[in-house]
Design a protein around this ligand. Structure first.
Ligand code: 13P
Ligand code: SF4
Length: 346
């Protein structure tokens, strides 16, 4: 039963004390998040991993790339575990390192040494290493504008991996017109662009989040028609069209803060992952809050971390078993850390 599983988690936590640290991303289920020692967006969780030097065991409640980031930023004595190895991220999987190296060759031939690569943290350690090696940095949805502005101080152009929407929304906010953005198609290994090539300032990798692509212009129009008083707030992994028609856009922490500060009685439609939207609804009974898409949009891979996996994983950690350890290859980790440090030092 759930009660029995909760007790098992509580017992291991009590026995391991400070030796165990459980970070939880905002998209995790309530049954998991209740046991998190810290919750946050990707940036906060990366910062906490970099600062934590006490915990020997980090049971990461999030997805694979987050656990990899935690491993890269912690010491070799600290071990990072992912309670279910199937908790990946379909967006991170949309850019593999071979495609990226292949793309880079073509881009160098086309544009010469004028491009700085940036990668959303939602990417594999190998992609972060590629970016680190080429002088670039990671970004999160909380600091994307700052990092893209920084990149334009170094080079004339940027390559933004792997989320075209965060890349497009961020560059647009910084004043880059849509006509100066091209899409890199990794399947066909070519640039999708109609105009004169020298006008390209931003090259967007053709990746997306399969959760946030479910928020559509039609959803926005329905809310505007049915609830004209409602404010619409979305995550920048939503398309440019959806973000443009919304009132506000920002990271998960930004969305949480905006609703915390909203007036009692105000109405909101939120365009982000459903576990988080449900939690915000529960925490604000004085406000009228709905999902921008009335059909559930939860992240199936985030949901792979559930109470049974957490209980099993913590017990396995306590027994000293080496299951579900996330260990990034040393050579990759060193280069990926360059990209992460350039972000964390900003
Ligand atoms: P943030 O927590 O940075 O807003 O990212 C959202 C996300 O999709 C994580 O997978
Ligand atoms: Fe990946 Fe999207 Fe799930 Fe985040 S919400 S883990 S970007 S698939």
């Amino acid at each position: 039963s759930a009660e029995e599983l909760e007790n098992r988690v509580r017992e291991v936590k009590a026995r391991l004390g400070n030796r165990l640290f459980i970070p939880g991303h905002h998209y995790q289920k309530d049954e998991v998040i209740q046991f998190a020692d810290a919750t946050g967006d990707s940036l906060v969780l990366a910062q906490l991993s970099a600062e934590n030097r006490d915990a020997e065991f980090i049971a990461f409640c999030g997805v694979h790339f987050m656990a990899e980031t935690a491993d890269i930023l912690t010491t070799s004595e600290q071990k990072v575990y992912l309670p279910d190895m199937r908790a990946g991220c379909s967006m991170a999987d949309m850019a593999d390192i071979y495609q990226t190296e292949r793309a880079w060759e073509v881009l160098m031939d086309t544009f010469g040494d004028t491009i700085l690569p940036l990668t959303y943290v939602n990417s594999t350690a190998a992609i972060k290493a590629f970016v680190g090696e080429h002088g670039g940095a990671t970004v999160t949805s909380s600091n994307a504008e700052k990092m893209v502005a920084w990149a334009f101080e170094q080079k004339e152009r940027i390559l933004f991996l792997p989320d075209q929407h965060l890349g497009r929304n961020t560059a647009y906010n910084l004043g880059v017109p849509l006509e100066e953005m091209a899409v890199w198609n990794p399947q066909e290994n070519r640039l999708e662009y109609e105009g004169a090539i020298e006008n390209v300032k931003v090259i967007l990798w053709k990746g997306h989040c399969s959760v946030h692509e479910n928020f559509t212009v039609a959803n926005v129009e329905n809310v505007r028609k049915q609830h004209p008083e409602m404010k619409i707030i979305v995550h920048p992994e939503c398309s440019r069209e959806v973000v443009a028609l919304s009132d506000m856009a920002g990271s998960t922490n930004y969305i949480i803060e905006a609703i915390n500060q909203a007036e009692s009685g105000s109405s909101w439609a939120i365009g982000t992952e459903q576990n988080l939207v449900n939690r915000i609804i529960q925490q604000h009974p004085d406000k009228h809050i709905v999902s921008l898409n009335p059909y559930m949009c939860s992240c199936l891979t985030m949901n792979r971390i559930d109470l049974p996996h957490l209980a099993w994983s913590l017990e396995s950690i306590e027994k000293g078993e080496s299951r579900n350890i996330i260990k990034v290859d040393e050579e990759v980790a060193v280069k990926a850390k360059l990209a992460l440090d350039r972000m964390l030092q900003k």
